[in-house]
Design a protein around this ligand. Structure first.
Ligand SMILES: Nc1ncnc2c1ncn2[C@@H]1O[C@H](COP(=O)(O)OP(=O)(O)OP(=O)(O)O)[C@@H](O)[C@H]1O
Length: 367
């Protein structure tokens, strides 16, 4: 096991800066997930840790040692790719054990190790098959087995489950979580999938345009995002946003025709935008909520419902509901209501502004 750290790491391809001054410390045994929009640099950063790409500047350390100029094969890391990258002409057993063959380890020892890894990943009944004779999930297990057999100090996963269907993804996600619990090896994992990130990670790193926006536990990022970007990125469906204007009473926000009143906020800072998560909203009769809107559409997902409400002259907000709203309301004006503690405030520069800790003051400032 080993810690990983990056100090002022940057990477450019030609004039294109894809990683910008990244500083990150990953603890020994930690499971860290990189998330961010497509092209934000997740895979590039992972490859810099692996040594598959060299940083343009900065230092990479593994277990405290400077490995910036150490080749990939000598870093003690194992990489699991989205594409599996199995050898097509080799059996499952040889695919798993090949790295050990190249290390000159004795055949008996290899066979024992391959068998135990294959049993762990439930592919021991497939040892003589070739990759083309396996399902996607089985191929991914073999790819993980191939990484596992080397007993690396660090596992690096680049979207390992994205080629699998929903059921298999869930199953493999649980297997990877179990693997981490059993081995307690440091793991760094890149994904597009929010539920994968939220369920697997000890900490999530949110990247945007090659920079770190925030690092935190899934709960920290969800409940205490530092800025609008993280607030909008973490959570599905995403947070609803609305531009607001500061009212006459400094710090009290007022929105357009509905005269939306908001609690006073710390230091009288003027918010430019508010956000409320879909689960923080209730649909109430027109005129009785924070503001009116038109209920445009309802989606029934069985265990939950999503309602879409258009705010006059503003965006569409999504509301997550446990029960279906009265369908006769579709196309009609309703109102949305929410608690003060459900509101996130953002300054014009996107930073989140904390609510006043003076609850009484906050309550007085409301309608
Ligand atoms: N070898 C390369 N040469 C030039 N540009 C590259 C190279 N590899 C990556 N890039 C660019 O660097 C940026 C970051 O790519 P990267 O693959 O790290 O993003 P990502 O966040 O993993 O994206 P995705 O989620 O779509 O896989 C992209 O704009 C990409 O086009």
């Amino acid at each position: 096991m080993a810690s990983v750290s990056m100090e002022s790491v940057s990477k450019s391809f030609g004039t294109h800066k894809v990683i910008q001054d990244v500083n990150l410390a990953i603890n020994d045994g930690e499971f860290v997930v990189f998330v961010g929009p497509s092209g934000c640099g997740k895979s590039t950063l992972l490859r810099i840790v692996a040594g598959l790409i060299s940083a343009s500047s900065g230092i990479v350390r593994i277990g405290g040692d400077d490995v910036t100029d150490v080749p990939a094969a000598k870093r003690g890391v194992a990489f699991v790719f989205q594409s599996y990258a199995l050898y097509p002409h080799m059996t499952v057993a040889r695919n798993i054990g090949f790295a050990l063959e190249t290390m000159g380890i004795k055949r008996d020892a290899i066979a024992r190790k391959v068998q135990s890894v294959a049993r762990m990943l439930k592919v021991d009944h497939l040892m003589e098959r070739r990759p083309r004779e396996l399902s996607g999930g089985q191929r991914q297990r073999v790819a993980i087995g191939r990484a596992l057999v080397r007993q690396p100090e660090i596992f690096l996963f680049d979207e390992p489950l994205s080629n699998l269907d929903a059921d298999l993804r869930m199953e493999m996600r649980m297997e990877i979580a179990r693997l981490h619990e059993d081995l307690r090896t440091t793991m760094i994992y890149v994904t597009h999938d929010q539920s994968e990130a939220m369920t697997l990670a000890d900490r999530i790193v949110v990247l945007n345009h090659g920079r770190i926006e925030q690092v935190g536990t899934p709960s920290e990022l969800y409940h205490h995002p530092d800025n609008r970007f993280v607030a909008g990125f973490i959570g599905s469906p995403r947070m609803n946003f609305l531009p607001v204007e500061a009212g006459a009473d400094n710090g009290q926000g007022v929105f357009g025709p509905g005269g939306l009143s908001l609690p006073r906020i710390k230091g009288g800072a003027a918010p430019a935008e508010i956000g409320v998560r879909p689960e923080g909203l209730r649909i109430v009769p027109a005129g009785t909520g924070r503001f009116d809107c038109v209920l445009e559409r309802v989606e029934d997902l069985g265990h939950e419902h999503f309602a879409y409400c258009r705010i006059a002259g503003g965006p569409i907000w999504v509301i997550r509901l446990a029960a279906s709203p009265d369908e006769t309301l579709i196309g009609k004006t309703v109102a949305l209501d929410f608690e003060d503690h459900s509101i996130f405030f953002f300054a014009a520069n996107g930073q989140r502004i904390a609510l006043s800790s003076d609850g009484a003051d906050a309550r007085r400032a409301i309608r």
